[in-house]
Design a protein around this ligand. Structure first.
Ligand code: FAD
Length: 385
């Protein structure tokens, strides 16, 4: 493959997991980090709007003609090395977000293995490779679609682990200064499903390094459902290969592993982030739940301490606001997954407008029922909620 390929007649619907999106001005497939920087640098200099694309699994893209050139990041080399004794441990990478459950500095894996991966590598291929070699660290993040380079963009997380906990360094192309440099996680402003890279033109991720446990121990298992399945106490570590298998099983049951034959996975994953309300707002939310559903439900409403207040469960609120699995109907082109109310899915013929209309309906319905504002997790291109 040439380093840079111009793909004829591209459609974003063919490049996104929601299978929506119109025609960009051009699509450039870049097989090396150098091709990415050359393409983005030249387009920036010419003032041409750029969409940096990985696996297209966190995008809501408008239909029609799009005034954007897509730069697809496809460099995918992988290498392993031993960490130098002086290199920062994962504890220093952890932003300490309330749900990050990060490895504390005291728990840092001493020494350790560093894996370096090209930004265009498929994320789950990297997880499988590390686990296959007996290294711990990435196993709870098994099955998340998309590319390695996008993982720091929204600080991907699942089953009690965020990428911030295992991130070592990022090589990025700074689009403001035109420099290609390695930066530490602190430069990324990582927090719950966001970073300085999300919804910004700040930089393009070219390569990422993660710190792994060579002793074959997983990250501590903090997610109760996963701990229960594994038969370990929350906080204990387990065999990474077993954790990976179990996570994939749990995710498949929720339609959260891409599958061409399963329309419940034709989505952008969780469509809304879990909303964080101020502590003094919580009683009002609970009383609205009581009014609508009774005191028992209000008492059972999931609510966890989080940075900035209390984190609620978007899926719980959506369901209790009256949007059940499969909403609105089995014949709708865009509907909630039949396995998971938090995923908006395209059943094959949905347009961007169909998906956006459903997103608005759910967001407005939750606001009306409980006074809680839901915020979409994906990045929007040429459209907005
Ligand atoms: C079925 C399903 C399940 C999912 N489950 C989870 C989950 O459990 N946890 C979770 O956190 N997410 C989840 N997601 C969302 C998504 O998979 C992640 O956000 C993923 O990291 C997106 O990667 P991507 O390569 O597809 O990014 P894209 O969708 O291609 O891009 C997303 C954003 O990142 C930017 N971007 C992409 N690559 C780069 C780069 N190299 N440098 C700079 N910016 C870049 C893009 O410009 C865009 O703004 C899920 C999605 C689906 C479809």
């Amino acid at each position: 493959m040439a380093d840079l390929l111009v793909v004829p007649d591209p459609r974003l619907a063919d490049l996104t997991t929601l299978r929506i999106g119109g025609r960009p001005r051009a699509l450039l497939e870049c097989a090396t980090a150098e091709a990415v920087t050359a393409a983005v640098g030249a387009l920036d200099a010419a003032g041409v709007p750029v969409l940096v694309l990985g696996g297209g699994s966190n995008l809501v893209v408008a239909g029609g003609d799009l005034d954007v050139v897509v730069v697809a990041v496809r460099n995918s080399e992988v290498g392993y090395r031993e960490a130098d004794p002086g290199e920062a441990g994962p504890g220093q990478a952890n932003p300490g977000g309330a749900d990050s459950g990060g490895t504390g500095p005291g728990e840092s894996v001493s020494g350790g293995i560093i894996v370096r991966a090209g930004a265009g590598l498929n994320w789950d291929d990297l997880v499988a490779d590390t686990v296959g070699r007996g290294y711990g660290g990435l196993e709870c993040l098994s099955g998340i679609p998309g590319s390695v380079g996008a993982t720091p963009v929204q600080n991907v997380g699942a089953y009690g682990v965020e990428v911030a906990q295992v991130l070592h360094r990022v090589r990025w192309y700074d689009r403001g200064t035109g420099t290609d440099e390695w930066v530490l996680p602190a430069a990324l402003g990582l927090s719950y499903r966001t970073s300085v890279l999300k919804n910004s033109d700040r930089a393009v991720v070219l390569e990422v390094e993660f710190r792994l446990d060579p002793a074959g121990r997983s990250e501590p298992i903090r997610y109760a459902e996963l701990a229960g399945r594994l038969g370990v106490a929350p906080g204990e570590r387990a065999d990474p290969a077993l954790v990976r298998r179990t996570v994939l099983e749990l995710r498949r049951g929720k339609g959260m592993v891409l599958d061409d034959d399963d329309e419940d996975t034709w989505s952008a994953g969780s469509f809304f982030t879990n909303p964080v309300v101020r502590e003094d707002e919580l009683p009002t939310v609970r009383s609205r739940v009581t009014d609508r559903l009774g005191a028992e439900q209000a008492a059972q409403m999931p609510a966890f301490a989080a940075a900035g207040g209390v984190k609620l469960s978007a899926g719980w609120l959506i369901e209790r606001a009256g949007f059940g699995k499969g909403h609105p109907s089995s014949s709708s082109p865009a509907r909630l997954s039949t396995k998971h109310t938090l995923a908006l899915t395209n059943r094959g013929s949905a347009t961007a407008d169909d998906v956006i209309a459903l997103a608005r309906e759910v967001r407005d319905g939750v606001r009306e029922a409980f006074g809680v504002e839901l915020h979409p997790e994906p990045v929007w291109v040429g459209c907005s909620i």
